[in-house]
Design a binder for this molecule. Structure first.
Ligand SMILES: NC(=O)c1ccc[n+]([C@@H]2O[C@H](COP(=O)([O-])OP(=O)(O)OC[C@H]3O[C@@H](n4cnc5c(N)ncnc54)[C@H](O)[C@@H]3O)[C@@H](O)[C@H]2O)c1
Length: 416
């Protein structure tokens, strides 16, 4: 039986651990958060994509603890720790360095180590490798080392670990071969590239591509607002072209761990090569403006009815960063709520996935309650189980930032 170690059991690590256990591998999980370790021990999942039943099905095959020592028994160790930004918006490799150092202390000859965390090109070779070699073992000779970006899209069911191709870049050809063999257990297609750097940059390209295209339609949404053209109608019409166009939706801005963060990893690395990544940074700038544009839109909608934001009861529908999940990291809804509160709005919210926003001192209220009170309903994130047309029928005034309500409600609905 193969034994797989997974360091960091969050949105990426836990589904990965469960995937390997499902295929009959023994999985040793290492997680610094003792509450998560306890939850796994009790069969309680804290990740929406991993139902309790799946965790229960993994049973004894998945053992989690806060200790690195058990990893010495693993054939392969996958690192899935966070790669956030510092206060100055620079790469914060703290968790990765910590994980690499701890792993270096227990590394044994013959193991394969794969980094899955999103990061700038060069991290695996320049930062992780030296920490692992503090073990006295040599990468490529005594142990194998590779980078393989995670492509999980939380909340998505049509593309899973199994049918999403996995890119792998090894330090040597043997490293890549070994990593390919590992991922073929859980994934139908593995795509080898020539180096860890190529694999690291592949992930950044994928995310920057989304960020730039979202920024493009967002800029268009700000322009169409002034021109009096419906941006959703234009996007829908353009999407009828069978080639050469890919549909991206405008919205209140970007959220989550990836899109608002990853481009900064690339921009930071690019500066070392005297190359400003202007496209990437411009996209970030435009997307960051969107919450302000959305607040101005809400302000105008109230103004048209003779109301001010100050004292208005505003119900925000959906506060997570994307539909169907409860993740609020970098969610534009948070910025929008802050801005409206600063203007004196009285904010309540409804989100079936987010029970409370502790930092803002708010808890989710039943949909009926928030609708009854509201001078303005602001649809920020369109969760699939919420009936937005029913909201548009009941509410006095709706600002729809997702183009989710039907055009039948044009008298009381203002769209982004
Ligand atoms: N969430 C996504 O949709 C997604 C998709 C693709 C790639 N990624 C990338 O994957 C990486 C992980 O992201 P995530 O969303 O799973 O983050 P996460 O915060 O949900 O999970 C990371 C886990 O690692 C743990 N951890 C931190 N330091 C540790 C250490 N030294 N040892 C052991 N455990 C440690 C944390 O407690 C946390 O539970 C990031 O680089 C992210 O950019 C995320």
């Amino acid at each position: 039986m193969r034994t797989i170690g997974v360091i960091g059991l969050g949105y990426v690590g836990l589904p990965l651990a469960v995937s390997f256990a499902r295929e009959g591998c023994r999985v040793i999980g290492v997680e610094v958060d003792a509450r998560k370790v306890q939850a796994i021990g009790e069969g309680r999942s804290y990740i929406e994509d991993v139902p309790d039943e799946e965790l229960a099905a993994a049973g004894e095959l998945l053992q989690a603890s806060t200790r690195y020592a058990p990893l010495a028994e693993a054939d392969a160790v996958l690192i899935c720790v966070p790669t956030p930004l510092t206060r100055n918006r620079e790469p914060d490799l703290g968790p990765l360095v910590e994980a690499g150092r701890e792993l270096g202390r227990v590394l044994v000859a013959g193991q394969l180590v794969v980094l899955e965390s999103t990061t700038y090109p060069g991290t695996t070779r320049e930062r992780l490798l030296p920490l692992l070699e503090e073990s006295g073992l040599s990468a490529g000779r005594d142990f194998h080392l590779a980078f393989s970006p995670e492509r999980v899209d939380p909340g998505r069911t049509d593309f899973t670990m199994r049918n999403t191709p996995k890119v792998v870049g090894g330090l040597t050809e043997a490293c890549a071969e070994r990593a390919r063999g590992l991922y073929e257990i859980v994934c139908d297609e593995v795509v080898p590239v020539s180096s860890p750097e190529a694999a690291e940059l592949t992930k950044l390209l994928e995310n920057v591509f989304r960020s730039v295209n979202i920024a493009l339609v967002n800029e268009l949404a700000m322009l169409t607002d002034r021109m009096g053209i419906d941006v959703w109608e234009v996007v829908e019409a353009a999407a009828t072209k069978p080639y050469g166009f890919m549909r991206f939706e405008p919205g209140p801005g970007m959220g989550g761990h990836c899109l608002p963060v990853d481009p900064f990893y690339l921009a930071w690395r690019a500066r070392e090569f005297d190359m400003p990544t202007e496209f990437v940074e411009l996209a970030g700038k435009i997307n960051q403006q969107m919450p302000y544009h959305c607040v101005a839109k809400a302000q105008r909608a109230l103004n048209d009815r003779g109301l001010a934001v100050k004292g208005a009861r505003i119900a925000v529908i959906g506060v997570s960063y994307k539909p169907g999940v409860g993740d609020t990291r970098e969610s534009p809804a948070l910025r929008i709520i802050e801005l409206l509160s600063e203007l004196g709005g009285e904010i309540s919210y409804h989100d079936p996935h987010v029970a409370e926003l502790a930092d803002l001192g708010l808890s989710s209220r039943p949909l009926q309650d928030v609708l009854d009170d509201a001078d303005l309903v602001l649809i920020v994130t369109a969760h699939p189980q919420v009936d937005h047309d029913a909201i548009a029928r009941r509410a006095r005034l709706v600002v729809d930032l997702r183009g989710i309500t039907s055009r039948a409600h044009d008298t009381n609905v203002v769209r982004l």
